[in-house]
Design a protein around this ligand. Structure first.
Ligand code: XMP
Length: 374
């Protein structure tokens, strides 16, 4: 962070954008700080020639597209465009996390190509930051907003040139810039949310019932766990079921089940899919960390240890809640909320998430898990 001066950065970038963008430009804002800052810099450079849109991909949280449009109303006046049918068709039948991300990226740029054509835009302003490029080029995960760096020629393929004023910055610098630019606090402080949104938080295929469960569960889990002061919190939906693992149960002295679904983890710098273990009957919170450690040592193929918080049956799906504390998002520790908070969340899920019959809480640090439950 030392050496970063938002005032001179702004002046330099606005000047550069003014000479680079010679006609109409388009910017898709997600409500996140990166895309908002990039769009505001472009608006300062080219004024009303910058057209801002909020793409409702269908994978946003409840009411999120309208909320983002409202938050950025006075600053960027973004138009909300409903593309949920297009995105849903693009990812239909896919269950591998990386395949879903790549299909999402394609749908995202195809949609933007159409919108750019409508307003005659030949430039696309986006909030790609340094870690997005590093992770995508490094094969860690495909970020939806990285194109040229992986050899996709945007002008030839989509008809616009990509402008990335933040491509050398890190998140803390972007937040500092956002404060300097006077962006609304809700935007500056917003917790990270993947570009493909709830698509990644539906494990396996993102069926309509799973998506509905992930969305409703986010509305219960996120406010409850954010209040604890963790860095990031989320809810995911997955198929329940699986098989008992008596071998592991003997080792740790509580019931252990292995789910059929797989989830992403990290080993070294690489992502991998691994097993999800569910423990029940744990003396929480005291025994949570020791049990988790023993299980991960006993089953090296596992990337997640979940604790069963409550089970009421009557649902094919389960909700997994997660909250982590982290400095840099490269490693993270699982937060352990008070039991009463988990009980309240379970009650909320039971009432508000049709199709879900159980609540699990993710005890896994990164590594071996990723922060997202993907
Ligand atoms: P993982 O799951 O890789 O996440 O441990 C690290 C951080 O990155 C966020 N994340 C994303 N952010 N686009 C983003 O802008 C994405 O596609 C994306 N996927 C994950 C994640 O929420 C966490 O903060």
């Amino acid at each position: 962070m030392r050496g970063f001066d938002p005032l001179s950065f702004e002046a330099e970038v606005v000047g550069r954008l003014r000479s680079e963008i010679r006609g109409e430009a388009l910017a898709a804002v997600s409500g996140g700080v990166d895309s908002a800052v990039a769009a505001v810099l472009a608006r300062r450079a080219v004024g009303d020639r910058l057209h801002a849109v909020v793409l409702d991909t269908g994978f946003l949280r409840e009411g999120e597209a309208a909320e983002v449009a409202r938050e950025l109303g006075g600053v960027l006046d973004p138009q909300v465009v409903d593309l949920s049918a297009e995105f849903s068709a693009a990812v239909s039948g896919l269950s591998d996390p990386e395949e879903k991300r790549v299909a999402f990226r394609e749908a995202f740029y195809s949609a933007l190509a159409g919108l750019a054509g409508e307003v005659g835009a030949r430039w696309l302003v986006q909030g790609t930051i340094a870690p997005d490029v590093i992770e995508t080029v490094g094969g860690i995960k495909t970020q939806h907003n990285v194109l040229e760096q992986v050899g996709i020629r945007s002008l030839e393929r989509y008809g616009f040139s990509v402008v990335e004023p933040l491509r050398d910055l890190y998140k803390d610098q972007v937040r500092e810039l956002a404060r300097h630019l006077g962006l609304p606090r809700a935007v500056v402080e917003r917790q990270p949310f993947p570009g493909p949104g709830l698509l990644v938080r539906c494990l396996g295929e993102c069926t309509p019932d799973k998506l509905g469960a992930a969305r409703a569960a986010s509305g219960v889990v996120e406010p409850a766990l954010l209040a604890l002061g963790c860095s990031q919190t989320l809810a995911a939906a997955l198929e329940d079921g699986g098989r008992e693992r008596p071998d592991l149960a003997r080792e740790v002295g509580v019931e252990v089940r292995e789910l059929d679904a797989r989830a992403t983890g990290v080993k070294g710098d690489q992502r991998r899919l691994g097993k999800i273990l569910v423990v029940s009957g744990v003396d929480y919170p005291d025994a949570a960390a020791p049990v988790r450690g023993e299980l991960l040592a006993a089953e090296p193929g596992a990337v997640r240890v979940l604790m069963e918080v409550d089970r009421w049956g009557g649902g094919r799906l389960a909700v997994a809640a997660r909250a982590v504390s982290t400095e840099d998002f490269m490693t993270a520790e699982a937060c352990l909320p008070p039991p009463g908070v988990l009980g309240e969340i379970a009650e909320g899920i039971r009432r508000r998430v049709p199709g879900a019959g159980a609540l699990y809480y993710d005890l896994t640090p990164k590594p071996p898990a990723t922060i997202e439950f993907e």
